[in-house]
Ligand binder design. Structure first.
Ligand code: NAP
Length: 279
């Protein structure tokens, strides 16, 4: 039996186990997906221990995504984002190599838009937020060739994110900008793509984007998935925009991890159904 797992704290309400196990069932794989809550100081020991026990792959979530970096050989994207959410343990001839670290949240963003036939190259995009989800979103959009404006309540965090996105890539640094929330309405009015990567909309029925800035030529992804139908998405739908809920991003980061670990195409519909049944 293959064992995959999730390192986080807490992980009790994670949707990853049912999503991944739906894939194993669909493909008739003898595999299980289990959750682990190591103490913060034990992260390295947990990764080493998982490897020693023959765990086939790990996801990593809050609060370990940044802390996992020194314990893995991070790929270029994960190193640039500064966070790892997927660890792969080499096997066969490479079994003694270091575990590799990846960031599939960025792929989650990219593939969510692709699923909805939204192209990103040469489009004007606005990312609201500058935390973990926003970092993945900003790198995904910039790498896909979009012009990206990062708007955040704490402007300095947006500035830092934009500097990181543009670092060592002059062509990218020319098309990434940052600002506060005061000019968000104007930015969104002129944009093709908007991502809410703040937690606004989770606890209260509130949107971070002024509704009068939304328009029919916009594609709006809300990273918030609890609730699934947020105020932002309802406002956007009313204005005729294309709307993409946070479950798509969650789904496609899992799909990307599954495919990396197994080398097989993920059964996306089965994973999507299992996920949405729990939201
Ligand atoms: P985080 O690192 O804590 O960042 C939170 C962000 O929200 C920061 O930019 C923060 O601004 C902003 N924010 C918080 N309260 C605000 C308010 N009242 N007004 C304006 N801005 C506010 O969190 P995260 O991990 O990036 O997660 C953000 C959201 O994305 C959460 O809802 C999370 O569930 C979701 N998410 C979804 C997926 C998915 O796969 N769908 C993946 C990851 C995260 P400041 O910098 O000014 O504090």
């Amino acid at each position: 039996m293959d064992v995959f797992g999730l390192l986080g704290n807490p992980v009790g309400h994670s949707l990853s186990p049912p999503m991944h196990e739906a894939a194993y069932d669909e493909l008739g794989m003898d595999a299980r997906y289990v959750t682990f809550e190591p103490a913060p100081d034990d992260l390295g020991a947990a990764i080493d221990g998982a490897r020693a026990l023959g765990v086939a792959g790990l996801n990593v979530t809050i609060p370990f995504k940044e802390a996992a970096l020194p314990h893995v050989e991070a790929d270029d994207l994960a190193a640039r984002i500064g966070a790892v959410n997927t660890i792969d343990f080499p096997d066969g001839d490479a079994a003694d190599d270091a575990p590799t670290g990846h960031n599939t949240d960025a792929a989650g963003v990219r593939r969510s838009f692709a699923h909805h036939d939204v192209t990103l190259a040469e489009r004007d995009a606005v990312v609201v937020g500058a935390g973990g989800a926003a970092r993945a979103a900003a790198f995904a959009l910039a790498d896909a060739g979009a012009a990206v404006h990062v708007a955040n309540r704490t402007v300095e965090r947006a500035e830092r994110l934009v500097a990181d996105v543009g670092r060592e890539t002059p062509d990218v640094s020319e098309r990434v900008t940052s600002g506060g929330l005061d000019s968000l309405g104007t930015r969104v009015s002129d944009a093709d793509v908007v991502i809410n990567a703040t937690s606004v909309g989770m606890e209260e029925d509130r949107s971070p984007v002024p509704s009068d800035a939304l328009h029919a030529d916009l594609a709006v992804l809300d990273a918030v998935y609890r609730p699934l139908d947020t105020r932002l998405l309802r406002d956007a739908r009313e204005r005729g925009a294309t709307t993409i809920d946070g479950a798509w991003m969650l789904l496609y980061q899992g799909v990307e991890a599954f495919e990396r670990w197994t080398g097989r195409d993920a059964p996306v519909d089965a994973m999507n159904e299992a996920l949405r049944a729990r939201l």
